[in-house]
Design a protein around this ligand. Structure first.
Ligand code: A3P
Length: 355
């Protein structure tokens, strides 16, 4: 009888372990399809609706990015956290050490994709909307960290969530998670940003939109700025930053120029590496100039069967053509933003020189 029980227990244990290991492998492999560490990977499922992932096609090399990927029997689960036991080095789901909090249409996606090439960065594949949506936030921090890619203690886990920058509650909730988290903000000429935002919505709603001029002005002659419109208000960076600075000191922010990220990504990224205390890694060799797109793209991340894998260029939803806008409305917006911009330059101690 005892013998019988022992055999039964052994069998049960064996089947349970194998099932767990299989589930772990499946989860782990699936994550890599979307977020291979060290590759351009962020796929924004909701905000960049039509954006296909640029991640290289999955193949066996994905596993090569975890050189010491262990056998199934060495996978362990402790205290509800999935770990791959590596002795000193432990792959775990961890909370982000840095967040790209905005601004929408500033160039947040390209920033994440470039940083994801750094071996010490683990970039979250999608926007989790943990700090700006109650239904997600109530799932708790364990859930949030389980949405992150696996990482080692020394890695920098980054989530990109442009919706956070304009959220009233996100700064407080993020501070509660980690008062020392580093905050990256990509800023861009707010007038151009507004047009870019409109262009995205125009695509999303298949052109079923009022003209841009009507979105951003409150009168039929287009002489009064519709300050309460989100397309306009998002560009008043100083007012949103104010909300964040109630919780975080200026030293915890780094502001990236969206314009330079487009023209000279390497220089801007060097500053970001420095801010995140990363070893310098991103250089010119990671980029090439794409004539069709008209801007620098990341070089393909992997070689597959001797050929380059999918390009590191962002999809057509990034860098899409902007609609022609009434020049008077452009001037109206520029005049509206100018004093806010100047205040913003003073606060962040960098002059972005927007017209
Ligand atoms: P446009 O589509 O208006 O040109 P976000 O990722 O925050 O939504 O920002 C999108 C913007 O990133 C694009 O706006 C584009 O200008 C900018 N960008 C900067 N570098 C880019 C790159 N290498 N490829 C595509 N877009 C880039």
């Amino acid at each position: 009888m005892t013998m019988h029980m022992r055999t039964f227990r052994q069998r049960y244990f064996c089947v349970a372990s194998l099932s767990c290991a299989a589930v772990l492998c499946y989860l782990f492999y699936n994550r890599q399809l979307y977020e291979t560490p060290g590759t351009a990977s962020a796929h924004n499922v909701e905000d960049d609706v039509s954006e296909p992932s640029n991640s290289p096609e999955p193949d066996v090399q994905l596993f090569a990015t975890f050189p010491s990927f262990r056998q199934e029997e060495n996978l362990t689960a402790t205290e509800g956290i999935l770990c791959i036991d590596e002795g000193e080095a432990r792959w775990q789901f961890r909370l982000p050490k840095a967040l790209i909090i905005g601004v929408r249409k500033g160039g947040t996606r390209v920033l994440l994709d470039i940083l994801a090439r750094h071996p010490s960065v683990k970039a979250c594949a999608r926007e989790v909307h943990f700090f700006d949506r109650q239904e997600n936030h109530k799932l708790g921090l364990d859930w949030y960290s389980s949405q992150m890619p696996l990482s080692l203690e020394a890695d920098i886990v980054i989530e990109r969530a442009p919706a956070y920058f304009i959220s009233d509650d996100a700064p407080r909730l993020i501070y509660k998670m980690s008062p020392s988290v580093k905050l990256l903000v990509v800023v861009r000429d707010p007038t151009v940003r507004a047009i870019s935002d409109y262009a995205e919505l125009f695509d999303k709603y298949h052109g079923e939109m009022k003209p841009f001029e009507e979105y951003v002005t409150a009168d039929s002659k287009h002489n009064v700025v519709k300050t309460y419109s989100e397309i306009v208000n998002t560009g008043v960076y100083t007012s949103h930053l104010n909300n964040w600075m109630k919780y975080f000191p200026l030293e915890q922010f780094h502001f990236v120029s969206g314009e330079l990220l487009f023209r000279d990504p390497v220089q801007e990224i060097k500053e970001v590496e420095n801010f995140l205390a990363l070893k310098p890694f991103i250089d010119e060799k990671l980029f090439y100039f794409n004539k069709t797109k008209g801007f620098p793209c990341l070089a393909p991340a992997f070689k597959k069967n001797g050929q380059n894998a999918v390009s590191g260029c962002l999809s057509d939803t990034k860098g899409r053509p902007h609609p022609a806008v009434n020049e008077d409305v452009v001037t109206l917006l520029r005049d509206y933003y100018r004093p806010f911009n100047e205040h913003f330059y003073r606060v962040v101690r960098r002059n972005f020189a927007w017209p």
